[in-house]
Design a protein around this ligand. Structure first.
Ligand SMILES: *Cc1c(COP(=O)(O)O)cnc(C)c1O
Length: 340
């Protein structure tokens, strides 16, 4: 047995999910003829109270499509300096859309209305045109912390005042909703576009969905084709997403509880310098005594625990559907033994 805490993308479809996938009705989705893809898109649009949704192969693609259709070349997007759209998408913002990014430090990645407003450029030919505020919820780089809807509302007010679009990278939005009990419909009202990942905590093998207003759909479908994301009998994958939304949302709480247990154990260990507060399914901790995280990760691997180096002295652990209580007990033993 191995305790694999590298990412919540590592989950494999459960036997029930596989069966559901194999039974899916399929067709050519580029021709608009895949009933399972259509059903997934409708399910997601309805959930958020929007009219349209688009199934894509990855969350990078849904984010990049959103940025492309909400901006014009030379525009500027305001986001957190560690945001996935900026830091982990290979420079796609500038390459795909020709826009610049205005980066904010935020509080563990949560950016605030006053700081955002201070970054909005005046309408003057010297400056790029500010056109989008992009938020991430939960914030990956911030250790899985979340915004509540009450914290997002003042940002929405700034967006309305300055006529800016709002995009949400909701790769782990359901993790946030599990804790805040805010409703998807409230998100639908605030954001023009919302990207959700089916292949993270929800446990589907592939796929993300971009939820959006009707008038954006045509442009979004066009850009999906441009980026090479038009898939044919994609219904097998969409069916996994439908299954995940029906069966794996309610259990995210378990992932959060297991992450909390890891946090408590790590806090008591002398070779651990600091653990970021654990709010959902991500645990980020730093090493005492200037230890090199790459080396430590390699040593943990030899003991049967897989983790990710998340900075020179930082290590990230992520709990997920395939990380059970048995894995937790094993991980706790390894961590206690190693970091004593
Ligand atoms: C994983 C992730 C994405 C999308 O990643 P893909 O691997 O392209 O599906 C987007 N945003 C955040 C915050 C993520 O963690």
């Amino acid at each position: 047995m191995i305790a694999d805490l590298r990412s919540d993308t590592l989950t494999k479809p459960t036997p029930e999910m596989r069966e559901y996938m194999m039974d899916a009705a399929v067709g050519d989705d580029v021709f608009g003829e895949d009933p399972s893809v259509k059903a997934l898109e409708k399910k997601c649009a309805d959930l958020f109270g929007k009219e349209s949704a688009l199934f894509c192969p990855s969350g990078t693609m849904t984010n990049q499509i959103a940025m492309n259709i909400l901006t014009r070349p030379y525009d500027e997007v305001i986001c957190y300096e560690g945001a996935h759209i900026y830091k982990y998408e290979g420079g796609g913002l500038s390459g795909n859309s020709g826009v610049s990014s205005r980066l904010l430090a935020g509080d563990r990645g949560r950016i605030h209305a006053e700081d955002i407003e201070a970054c909005i450029n005046p309408d003057n030919p010297h400056y790029p045109r500010t056109s989008v505020i992009a938020l991430e919820n939960t914030v990956n780089k911030g250790g899985g912390c979340f915004y509540t809807m009450d914290e997002i509302q003042p940002i929405k007010q700034v967006a309305e005042k300055h006529r800016l679009n709002m995009h949400l990278d909701g790769a782990r939005l359901f993790n946030a909703l599990e804790e805040t009990k805010d409703l998807p419909g409230e998100y639908g009202r605030v954001f023009n576009t919302i990207s959700i990942c089916l292949s993270k905590g929800l446990g589907a093998p592939v796929g993300s969905v971009l939820v959006m207003d009707k008038e954006l759909e045509h442009a979004a479908r066009r850009m999906r084709k441009v980026y090479g994301g038009g898939m044919r009998q994609a219904g097998f994958l969409a069916a996994a997403g439908i299954y995940a939304l029906d069966h794996h949302v309610g259990r995210l709480k378990e992932d959060h509880q297991r992450a909390k247990s890891l946090e408590e154990i790590l806090q008591g260990l002398s070779r651990v310098e600091k653990v970021l507060p654990v709010d959902t399914n991500i645990v980020i901790f730093s090493l005492a005594g200037k230890s090199d995280s790459g080396k430590v990760v390699a040593e943990l691997e030899k003991n049967g625990l897989l983790a990710v180096a998340f900075g020179p002295q930082e290590i990230r652990l992520v709990t997920h559907l395939d990380f059970t209580d048995d894995h937790l007990n094993m991980a706790v033993k390894i961590l206690k033994n190693y970091f004593k």
